[in-house]
Design a protein around this ligand. Structure first.
Ligand SMILES: [Ca+2]
Ligand SMILES: [Ca+2]
Ligand SMILES: [Ca+2]
Ligand SMILES: [Ca+2]
Length: 488
């Protein structure tokens, strides 16, 4: 198997491409036939086959465009879950608020998207949060199997807001939150909530939260932090909407202003306990060039650094300003039982151009550098191509392993942007080209700002992908890339 061919985009507006989860229609067209048919049909009615999943197999990407000017949907992170276990994913994605200025908004979709009405019509809820200093929080997350939505709020101080996924409907604001946990005592001037991760950091069986608070540009008085909030649901349930008491467990290196640019809680050393993973890019090549790295604290993690020495995944011989650590993804890509780490570097030099790329390190990790990566995935050699902007891992195997790597590159094709899927197993070096492309944006759409694994939604045994095109006319769009519509 060699790559995925570019998928078709001519059939996006076909009505009836998607059906509800409870559809009982069964069409047993083989996957190969389905894909071939999709690649040859240009217009006209399309009778989507049903492969046993949540949606019928569409003929191409399903695109939901936002109708809210300035929404920039998908400008930040995704959180995908299936709280009612019906096989239809719920997608929480960040964007900006147009009803609150300045502010940010998370759009929550639950169940198959309806193409005809666009993003807002398909959304179960749009949660808009005021942002007093306009710095915009990017991240979103879920707890309790997706039954609780987690958003950082920044009206006055850094606050983690919790929403009942089943209880948010239509346009809501922070007043609908059932839990508010302040995690910063002083006035917020940083980019609180730039990244967050959920998992069991301290190994006690409760879900904990990492959330970063990056420095505002050129503010010499601000320190960059990653907060660790233990037992988020328990704290919120007991204390509700309190606004006192720091419960902040922080790591504040004074030499790194982008500490926490990316975060994950995942097991990388094979002991079954989540490890705390923090990306630390450097914005200025000359001044900060040596500080690009990913730090991995072995779990259980209590207070960072808690006397523990992190494993350091450094940028090695990469040029300063490569932004190694910009994005992270974790999973067992080679199915050997150890968690593996993928690290994005959006300005990685490829052929003399800041094209971007992704490094894959197979666990268990020791101190390594980018030069030791098991796989280097280089972006298309285009200036500010943006490969590694976001990373997801996804299976093409009904058995679930090993994992493909999916990355967006917002700047390729003169900012049309594209999403690439590199099939497992990975060779030591991969050069992204059209053979790996699974979707390509239109003019200046910047497709690939975010990518996430949806699980197998269309029922063909292959994980499907959702991607965002954030600069899309300042509105933004979500692209649902169902594998049954792609030709391999
Ligand atoms: Ca815990
Ligand atoms: Ca571990
Ligand atoms: Ca592995
Ligand atoms: Ca699929």
């Amino acid at each position: 198997m060699r790559g995925w061919r570019r998928s078709r985009r001519a059939l996006l507006a076909l009505p009836g491409v998607l059906v509800a989860c409870e559809s009982a229609a069964v069409d047993t067209a083989p996957l190969g036939d389905t894909a071939d048919t999709a690649s040859e049909v240009d217009t006209g009615p399309y009778d989507p086959p049903y492969l046993g999943g949540c949606v019928d197999a569409p003929a191409g990407p399903v695109v939901l465009e936002s109708s809210a000017e300035g929404r920039y949907v998908g400008d930040g992170g995704f959180a995908v879950s299936d709280p009612d276990a019906d096989g239809c994913p719920a997608v929480l994605v960040s964007g900006r608020a147009t009803s609150v200025d300045p502010g940010h908004a998370a759009t929550y979709l639950h169940g198959p998207p309806e193409v005809s009405g666009g993003l807002e019509a398909s959304a179960a809820a749009v949660i808009s949060l005021a942002d007093s200093d306009g710095d915009f929080a990017y991240s979103v997350g879920v707890l309790d199997g997706g039954r609780t939505l987690v958003l950082p709020g920044v009206r006055v101080t850094g606050t983690v807001l919790l929403f009942d996924a089943a209880g948010v409907t239509g346009a809501v604001t922070e007043g609908a939150a059932w839990g508010m946990i302040p995690v910063e005592a002083e006035e917020g001037t940083g980019r609180f909530g730039y990244a967050l991760a959920t998992g069991d950091a301290d190994g006690d069986g409760t879900e904990d939260l990492l959330v970063s608070d990056l420095e505002v540009w050129e503010d010499p008085n601000y320190t960059t932090r990653v907060w660790l909030v233990h037992d988020v649901l328990g704290v919120a349930a007991v204390e509700g909407k309190v606004t006192s008491a720091e419960r902040l467990l922080a790591r504040v290196p004074d030499d790194a202003e982008n500490f926490g640019a990316s975060l994950a809680l995942a097991d990388l050393d094979g002991d079954g306990l989540h490890d705390a993973i923090v990306g630390d890019t450097a914005p200025n090549a000359e001044e900060w060039g040596t500080l690009q790295r990913v730090l991995v604290w072995p779990g259980p993690v209590d207070v960072l650094p808690a006397g523990k020495t992190p494993t350091v995944v450094g940028s090695g011989s990469l040029a300063g300003g490569s932004r190694f650590g910009w994005s992270l993804a974790t999973g067992d890509v080679d199915a050997d039982g150890y968690g593996d780490l993928a690290v994005g570097a959006i300005y990685l030099d490829v052929g003399g151009q800041p094209a971007g790329g992704v490094f894959v390190f197979r666990g268990p990790l020791a101190d390594v550098t980018a030069d030791d990566a098991d796989t280097l995935i280089e972006g298309v050699a285009e200036r500010y191509g943006g490969a590694g902007e976001a990373i997801a891992l996804a299976s093409s195997d009904p058995e679930g392993s090993p994992l493909d790597l999916v990355t967006g590159a917002t700047g390729v094709l003169e900012y049309a942007g594209a999403v690439y899927r590199v099939p497992a197993p990975f060779p030591p070096r991969v050069s992204l080209d059209e053979s790996y492309e699974i979707a390509r944006g239109g003019e200046y759409q910047g497709l690939g700002k975010g990518v996430a694994n949806l699980g197998d939604v269309d029922g063909d045994g292959i994980d499907d992908i959702v991607a965002s095109a954030a600069p899309y006319d300042d509105y933004g769009a979500l692209w649902f890339l169902y594998s049954s519509a792609l030709v391999r």
